[in-house]
Structures are given as structure tokens and as C-alpha cells.
Ligand binder design. Structure first.
Ligand code: AMP
Length: 457
């Protein structure tokens, strides 16, 4: 999973992009990068690390120009190296220069790369965003296509999820896959600056409060002449009739103050909490405790439904980051231990409903139940805001191999016992569908294995 940003028409484009990327830091903490055009040259800066560490005042001062694209990376395909970080830049001294950053995953990467390599195209990384860039550039050079045509050709051939920003020296493009899987919204400032971002929280941070979606299979060009929206018929490029947004964006990944796919993320989470509570008519407890931060609104929905206090009894160290992303199980175990503490003298004798958004490998939840038990909780009932994760995601969420997903190794009673909880319930797919306005417009493949596109092995 990753976050993208694009800025057009502002002398402080790099600074605005950095602010937007910082707001999207939750979408990727491994590396970050930015490409900035001053109309003549595109300058690129990318490093491993967080936005505030990489984009210091001195670095931003060197990135002069009025067009910028930026990216925060959370590796899904391609290793966690600077090589694979984004944006990717293709530079020619006297010809056009192109840069691209994308959020999502390509599912026919291998065959597409082979196709391009057979045409003499070279690759510098094993990152699928480079494939998008090379494909578009190849169409432009080889076949003399316009940029818009080249992107359209790419959409026909390259399958997967991508919400992407593309730049040349004098224009910014934004485009999105025909299934519209990853979020992407854009807006304009009062002074005419155009900004596109993965999540609206980045736009809000920059002072914009009304957003538009980039249409499925749509291409938007922004240049000195203005904004051109090319609405392609997405049905020409996809096997399903409808779009397939990622439901996990609402469950877990996006910030709760974001708005996309025509939903406020926090409201979907509250609805999930209410559904979980509705299953528990007979359950008598004292408190509802969410696992911060991603489950706060699910916990709130549960507590409101049952008229129970929402207790912020778990404290999260925000400097640990997302423990899930750590490279090995030992690191994940350690970071969960360092990440959460309980309030002292708070849980003794209390019956608790503990709410989390998901169980994936099973690293987190058992450790948290243990913390609550050690703190004296007399009962701990686990309620999970997603169905059991049983299938890998190939569209941009880093769900691990199916063999390490705990739902494929242990039954619900076994997970309950292994985590020393008194009970465990998940929301069902049917109930989750009832939490969004257009349930048929979502992908639930990590729960039901129904992938919207064929995935190349
Ligand atoms: P696990 O500990 O492996 O069961 O993972 C579940 C925990 O990780 C939950 O508390 C989620 O908040 C978080 N999580 C779930 N999916 C992801 C993901 N794809 N990337 C990062 N964190 C995740």
C-alpha cells in the first residue's frame, strides 16, 4: 500500500507535496520520494525513511518548480530498497522527460515486463510503477501515441490496481484503473493550484474541503491551458460490470477523516461497530476498548449501539509505526510489545469488549488480550471489524501468504483459546456489505477469494 500526491500550478509545489505526503504517512513508511518540474528540468529526490526525515527544508529548497508528484511507499511488490521507491523518472536531455508514481499492484507484471523487454525496453527496478511508466513511454516513442492514448493502451494491457500521477515538464496527469480499486481524489485551491492525493485528508490538510473522484479508467490532464477530463468507458477495459473498490481501505487502511468511494471512512467504521454490537444482545460487559488507532471508530460504533462507555484503556506509542509492516515475525512481536500499554489500575475486575479491525497473522491480538488479563480484566471478549482474512491480496494490501494467515491454520475456537479470550466474533461479509452504500462496488477477495481479475502466478 502506498500514498500518492500531485500538485500543479504553484511556485511552492514541493512544499505542498511534502505536506500532503506527511498527511498520508500512514499509507507507507518505508521510503518516500518526489519529482518536481520547473518547466525545463524534472528533479528527483527519493530515500528510505519518513517524509519529515527525507524532505528537510534544505532538500525542499533545492526542489524548485511549480509541478510536483510525490509518493510514500509501503512495499508490496518489489523489495524495500531505494531502487524500488517512487516516483520513477525517465529523463532524456533534449526529448521529453516523464515521471510516475502509483498506488496499487499490477497482477500481470511478469508477462507485461517480458513483452516490453522483448521490444528492447530496460528496467531499473522490479517495481510495478516502473512498468506503468515504461509502458506509457514505450507507446509514446515507439508508436508516436499522445500521452492520453498511451495511457489508454496501458489500461488495455496492464491489469491490476493503480491510482497514478504522471508528469512531463509542463503538465500533470492523474489516472486510475478501470476497477477503481484504490482511493484517489482531487481538488483546486482558491488560487487555482490543482492537487490530487490518495486520500482527502491530504487535501484537507492543505486547506481544501471539497473533493472530486478521478473516474474509473479516467485520465485528467492539468496544464497551463486548464484541466481536461477524459472519461473513458471503463467497461472496455475490465471484466466486471461495476468498479471494485478495496473494502479494506474502509476497514483499516485509510485515515478516518478521509472521504472516498462516496463514504466517510469513520462512518463506515461506526456502522461496522454497530453491526458487531447487534450480534451481542445478551452480552453483559462494563467497557468497550478499541485497539488504537484504526479501531477507535469501530469501538465507538459498538459502544454507542450498546450504550456502553468507550474506554481508551490501551495507549499506543505512535513512534513505533505500523507493526504489521515489519520485515520479520521477531520484529513484529517486538514492535507489538513496544507499541501498546494499558492504563494502570484501570482494568481490575472489569468485563471488557476488546475491538480490533482485523486478525491477519494473529500477532497482535493475543498479546493485547494478555496485557488486559495481566492488568486484571475479568473477561475479555474479542470483536473484529472484518471477516476472517483467508486469502492474499494482489491489489496493493500486503496480506501475507495464505499459509501464514491464522484463519487458515486455526478454527475460531482455537484462535479464541490461543489468545486466551473469553469469546471471539467477526463481522460477516453480509453484515460488512450492509455498512456501505454500494456493496456490489467493492472487492472482498481477502475474505472470500473472489478476485476481480485473473492473477498471474
Ligand atoms: P496480525 O497481528 O498479523 O493479526 O495483524 C492484524 C493487525 O495488523 C490489526 O490490528 C490491524 O490493525 C493491522 N493490519 C491488518 N492488515 C494490515 C496491513 N495490510 N498492513 C498493515 N497493518 C495491518
Amino acid at each position: 500500500m502506498c500514498g500518492i500526491i500531485g500538485v500543479f500550478g504553484n511556485p511552492n509545489a514541493a512544499k505542498l507535496a511534502a505536506i500532503g505526503m506527511f498527511a498520508e504517512q500512514h499509507r507507507g513508511q518505508e521510503s518516500c520520494g518526489m519529482a518536481v518540474s520547473d518547466g525545463h528540468v524534472i528533479r528527483l529526490h527519493k530515500r528510505m525513511g519518513l517524509v519529515k526525515e527525507v524532505f528537510t527544508e534544505q532538500v525542499l529548497a533545492r526542489l524548485q518548480g511549480s509541478i510536483a508528484i510525490g509518493h510514500v511507499r509501503y512495499p508490496t511488490t518489489g523489495s524495500a530498497t531505494e531502487f524500488n521507491s517512487q516516483p520513477h523518472l525517465l529523463e532524456t536531455l533534449f526529448g521529453p522527460s516523464h515521471a510516475l508514481a502509483s498506488n496499487g499492484d499490477v497482477v500481470n507484471y511478469k508477462s507485461m515486463r517480458q513483452k516490453l523487454e522483448a521490444q528492447g525496453v530496460f528496467f531499473n527496478s522490479d517495481n510495478d510503477a516502473e512498468l506503468l511508466l515504461r509502458y506509457i513511454a514505450w507507446q509514446i516513442y515507439q508508436n508516436g501515441s499522445s500521452i492520453t492514448e498511451a495511457i489508454r493502451m496501458m489500461m488495455k494491457d496492464v491489469k491490476g490496481a493503480y491510482s497514478a500521477v504522471f508528469m512531463v515538464r509542463d503538465a500533470l496527469y492523474m489516472f486510475r484503473d478501470p476497477l477503481n480499486m484504490r482511493p484517489m481524489v482531487w481538488s483546486r485551491m482558491e488560487d487555482g493550484t490543482t492537487v490530487v492525493a490518495s486520500e482527502s485528508c491530504a487535501l484537507t490538510t492543505l486547506g481544501m474541503h471539497e473533493f472530486k473522484e478521478v473516474p474509473a479508467a479516467g485520465i485528467i490532464r492539468v496544464n497551463k491551458q486548464g484541466i481536461t477530463i477524459v472519461e473513458n468507458d471503463p467497461n472496455l477495459y475490465r471484466p466486471t460490470k461495476e468498479v471494485r473498490h478495496c473494502i479494506f481501505e474502509h476497514v483499516y487502511f485509510s485515515r478516518p477523516d478521509s472521504h472516498h468511494f462516496d463514504e466517510n471512512v469513520y462512518e463506515v467504521r461506526q456502522a461496522i461497530g454497530a453491526k458487531l454490537a447487534a450480534q451481542d444482545e445478551g452480552l453483559e460487559v462494563d467497557l468497550v476498548v478499541p485497539v488504537p488507532d484504526s479501531s477507535n471508530f469501530i469501538g465507538q460504533g459498538y459502544a454507542n449501539y450498546k450504550g456502553l462507555p468507550l474506554a481508551l484503556g490501551l495507549i499506543r506509542n505512535h513512534y513505533v509505526g505500523r507493526s504489521f509492516i515489519k520485515p520479520s515475525q521477531r520484529y513484529r512481536d517486538e514492535s507489538v510489545r513496544q507499541k501498546y500499554n494499558v492504563l494502570p489500575n484501570f482494568f481490575k475486575g472489569k468485563k471488557v469488549v476488546l475491538v480490533d479491525d482485523s486478525i491477519v497473522r494473529g500477532t497482535t491480538i493475543g498479546k493485547i488480550v494478555k496485557l488486559l488479563r495481566e492488568a486484571g480484566a475479568s473477561e475479555v471478549h474479542l470483536r473484529i471489524g472484518s471477516p476472517q482474512v483467508k486469502h492474499s491480496c494482489y491489489f496493493g494490501i500486503d496480506t501475507p501468504d495464505e499459509s501464514v494467515l491464522v484463519a487458515n491454520r486455526l478454527s475460531i475456537p482455537e484462535i479464541t483459546e490461543a489468545s486466551s479470550a473469553d469469546s471471539l466474533k467477526h463481522i460477516s461479509i453480509e453484515e460488512l456489505r450492509e455498512c456501505v452504500r454500494l456493496p456490489d462496488h467493492y472487492c472482498y477477495a481477502c475474505f472470500d477469494g473472489q478476485y476481480p481479475l485473473e492473477v498471474e502466478s
